[in-house]
Ligand binder design. Structure first.
Ligand code: SAM
Length: 255
């Protein structure tokens, strides 16, 4: 069985089940309470140019628009999702949002070609960063976002936490034993990876530990500002909890 690559992940996000799932969320769910709270805390200036990575069908993009942010550039490498985001933006009178098809690991040439000015803030919401297979590639994405932002900009993103509960810790101990024996799923790239299928399609994600995220931020020019579990930030509706498991928010500052 072949290892998971960016092409696998892109094909999974362009698949009908995933497109329906993220489009429904963009139309009906909107911003989570925790996202709204942190967006307003870390991006107080509604006129500042913001860059959103992995915008999917536009759930967060249109949420930002509804909050009054007007200088928005949003990109994704899944063309089918991007089409949905563009039509939702048109439906909501948000034609000035700039949507780009771009890969976060090769970001700067796409932004330069499209004439996108450096951003005062960036977001990679709902685990998009951790859906990039390979740590070097995630670092490339962090470095690309660093290059795309102005000094002092904040980057807001989430991860799923390998250490979030006793059950998770026990499951990951068993997984570590499988890796030690060489008996892990051969499609996985690194310890911490997960690849599963459910009614919303196929999902790859890497679950980092805290030390890994801190090291990756430091290696790519970002200074850690904040991190917290979602449940400690805001109480979410059952619809949000159904859409996304518990996760951790991170904010970092571009030096
Ligand atoms: C979990 S979805 C979140 C979508 C949307 N932000 C939301 O919250 O509904 C993650 C998104 O990241 C995008 N993504 C993953 N890797 C990417 C990459 N290397 N470059 C650009 N987008 C990427 C996927 O296509 C997908 O749309």
């Amino acid at each position: 069985m072949a290892r998971i690559t960016a092409a696998t992940v892109r094909a999974d996000f362009n698949d009908l089940a995933a497109v329906l799932h993220y489009t429904r969320a963009a139309h009906g769910l909107g911003l989570w309470a925790s996202e709204r709270l942190l967006i307003e805390r870390f991006f107080p200036d509604r006129e500042a140019p913001l860059l959103e990575a992995g915008c999917g069908a536009g759930r967060v993009t249109l949420g930002l628009w509804a909050l009054g942010y007007r200088q928005l550039t949003a990109f994704d490498f899944a063309a089918e999702l991007l089409d949905q985001a563009r039509s939702l933006a048109a439906e909501r009178g948000a034609e000035t949002i700039r949507f780009l098809e771009a890969d976060a690991t090769k970001l700067l040439p796409s932004l330069t070609a499209a004439g996108v000015a450096p951003a005062a803030g960036a977001l990679f919401p709902f685990n998009g960063l951790m859906q990039i297979p390979g740590r070097e590639n995630r670092r490339r994405a962090l470095a690309g976002l660093h290059a795309a932002c102005l000094p002092g900009a904040t980057l807001l993103f989430t991860s799923h936490d390998r250490e979030s509960s006793r059950t998770e810790r026990a499951l990951w101990r068993l997984e570590a034993e499988r890796w030690a024996r060489g008996e892990q799923d051969p499609r996985l790239v690194e310890f911490g990876d997960r690849y599963f299928t459910d009614e919303n399609g196929r999902t790859f994600m890497h679950l980092p530990d805290r030390a890994e995220v801190l090291a990756d931020l430091a290696a790519t020019g970002w200074t850690h500002r904040f991190d917290a579990a979602r449940r400690d930030i805001a109480r979410e509706t059952s619809a949000v909890r159904e859409f996304s498991d518990e996760c951790r928010f991170w904010a970092a500052r571009r030096e």
